[in-house]
Design a protein around this ligand. Sequence first.
Ligand SMILES: Cc1cc2nc3c(=O)[nH]c(=O)nc-3n(C[C@H](O)[C@H](O)[C@H](O)COP(=O)(O)OP(=O)(O)OC[C@H]3O[C@@H](n4cnc5c(N)ncnc54)[C@H](O)[C@@H]3O)c2cc1C
Length: 316
Amino acid sequence: MTDPVHAELAAACQGRVVAEAPLAALTTLRVGGPARVLVTAEHDGDLEAVSAVCREHGLPWAVIGRGSNLLVADAGWPGVAVVLGRGYRSLEMAAGQVVAGAAEPLPSLAVRIADAGYGGFAWACAVPGTLGGAVRMNAGAHGGDMASHLTEVEVFRLSSATREQWPLSALGLSYRHSELPDDAVVVAATMALEAADPEQVRAEIASIRAWRRAHQPLNEPNCGSVFTNPPGDSAGRLIDRTGLKGCTVGGAQVSERHANFVVTRRGATATDVATLIACVVAEVERTHGVRLHPEVRRLGAVEVDEARVARGAGAS
Ligand SMILES: Cc1cc2nc3c(=O)[nH]c(=O)nc-3n(C[C@H](O)[C@H](O)[C@H](O)COP(=O)(O)OP(=O)(O)OC[C@H]3O[C@@H](n4cnc5c(N)ncnc54)[C@H](O)[C@@H]3O)c2cc1C
């Protein structure tokens, strides 16, 4: 039977609309089930349609960027997922001001900004998300973060179908966190950057990439750092010192290369990942008295095998 939500969105949107859309391939962890409907929005008219249809049917919505910080439930998610399409990719640079569309991938944005002779944004070459996801997460690395460059963000509010300009001061950015409301889709961002020698910034990018290749399991599916660092410490160090490197639950494993990464093998499930995360939290708390907080966002009812967590991280 045709899903009326899919039919209404397909009729109203210019972008692609898919029913029962598998989301695993849209995430870097590569696990999880389908969304009821997936819309690739190409312009604000598509977002208006998502807003209207979701409100009419009382359905939840969610934005997915590159899915590089996202764990989708195995059972999927009964709402409308939105990905920003090519219509939300753009880049204008002049006089130290960079205005970019939210669908721009951070790694190529970092390179283009370097080529144009601006510095300070090299760190973003190693964060495989979109600009919109980076604003939401206040992504950062190697001493930089989004909060240090943003001056303004343009959002589309799904609850009211309106565009709004939000100054940096309204975003409530702190370590890997923003106060953006759930219905705010970041559609564009403005950053202020200092002039710099392109050669020097390109060299910085090369060295960051080399460091990442040497220290992170980039050839296996993962979602970057699973936990935020506790104040004054490093989550990776604590997990490593708890002896959890290599620990597995089903197809999910604490990376041998970097303890704050969980990697997935073929056949892994979201429950494997979430159960491993819960095991790590319990074990680190028991050993060091520090409670780790996941940085990775969840979509849908991700289940945890509590019996497995109770058996301890070392059990098979
Ligand atoms: C190998 C690897 C290395 C990483 N290294 C780092 C690092 O050094 N530093 C760091 O901070 N992160 C890192 N990450 C995590 C991740 O890349 C960042 O959190 C990134 O900002 C997520 O962007 P995304 O587009 O993939 O968002 P998603 O994972 O798709 O979504 C994350 C959250 O942002 C929301 N969101 C996405 N797009 C929008 C939008 N347009 N408007 C509003 N909300 C939106 C989603 O709803 C969700 O809540 C790494 C990940 C990987 C896989």
